[in-house]
Design a protein around this ligand. Structure first.
Ligand SMILES: Cc1cc2nc3c(=O)[nH]c(=O)nc-3n(C[C@H](O)[C@H](O)[C@H](O)COP(=O)(O)O)c2cc1C
Length: 276
């Protein structure tokens, strides 16, 4: 048998967790029910979307009869708390099927603290927290409830933001979920063995230096453009020219370039991340 010989696997219920290895973020979501009682439970079906800073958002998938989903539908608010690996046992306590109205945090070492923008509490022991409100709810027929959420605040332990990524990954020590066996045994791993890979420019990146514009660019705007790394210059030209058209202009001026950069949050600090 060759090392890479394949077999098709029958797709059974809970395939995404039982068989498919889907390394996942481990979170504890806190909500309030209609009576204001705290609920907490772990959730991993979470994905960020919308890269720009104006509409930071997440998509989450829930069992529709879970207390968390019901509370989110009733109140429109929730908090995504990311515990470190030291709190996996506590996270698992919050997964137990307690009756509605039970505050699972009371069965853990987690400490509720006030959130900044929403009413459900945050968890003090979690280094990374997102306070969210509902943008849209989609109830898939005979399936999950999907919540598209606005991130109202990102709250982190002091000092984490200033760290380089490697130190931050180590300091946060977030566990990675690897699915379960028999819906009972949940496997996790830890980010204590780091690999770092450089994203190299494609062989044609230098061609960005020859990127073509379809409008007239004034000298100031051209100056800004030339400071953008060649690899993404053509992309930026497209975005800026489309912004100019939207503003009813057939010319890219320095002021217009600056306005677009500001509106999309692309200040010098952000641009520096793309410059080598
Ligand atoms: C690590 C982990 C991740 C989980 N992720 C999800 C998830 O993304 N969606 C979901 O519906 N249930 C998920 N569950 C199951 C719920 O946490 C579980 O059904 C819980 O009892 C629901 O509590 P609630 O009714 O208080 O919301 C997960 C469980 C664990 C242990």
């Amino acid at each position: 048998m060759s090392e890479h010989e394949k077999e098709e696997i029958k797709i059974r219920p809970f395939w995404y967790s039982d068989i498919w290895l889907f390394p996942k973020l481990i979170t504890v979501i806190t909500t309030l029910d209609k009576e204001g009682r705290v609920n907490a439970a772990p959730y991993s079906h979470i994905m960020q979307y919308d890269v720009m800073h104006k509409n930071p958002s997440m998509i989450l998938g829930f069992r529709q009869d879970s207390h968390t989903f019901v509370n989110i539908c009733d109140t429109g608010e929730f908090v995504v708390n990311c515990p470190s690996a030291d709190y996996l046992d506590d996270m698992m306590q919050t997964a137990r099927f307690f009756p509605a109205g039970v505050n699972e945090l009371e069965h853990t070492r987690f400490t509720p603290i006030p959130s900044r923008k929403v009413k459900p509490p945050s968890i003090a022991e979690c280094p990374q927290i997102a306070e969210c409100t509902v943008k849209e709810i989609v109830r898939l027929e005979k399936s999950s409830g999907i919540v598209i959420a606005n991130i109202e605040a990102i709250v982190m332990d002091k000092g984490l933001e200033a760290m380089g990524r490697e130190d931050r990954i180590k300091a946060m020590n977030l566990p990675i979920g690897l699915g379960d066996e028999k819906r009972r045994y949940y496997y996790h791993t830890f980010a204590d063995r780091l690999a770092c890979h450089e994203l190299e420019d494609p062989p044609t990146a230098y061609q960005g230096a020859d990127a073509t514009t379809t409008m007239d660019w004034d000298e100031g705007a051209t100056g800004h453009l030339m400071r953008i790394p060649p690899g993404i210059r053509q992309l930026v030209i497209g975005q800026v020219e489309s912004f100019a058209r939207g503003e009813g202009s057939d010319r890219v001026t320095e002021a217009l370039f600056a306005r677009m950069a500001e509106e999309s949050g692309m200040d010098e600090a952000v641009m520096d991340r793309f410059r080598s």
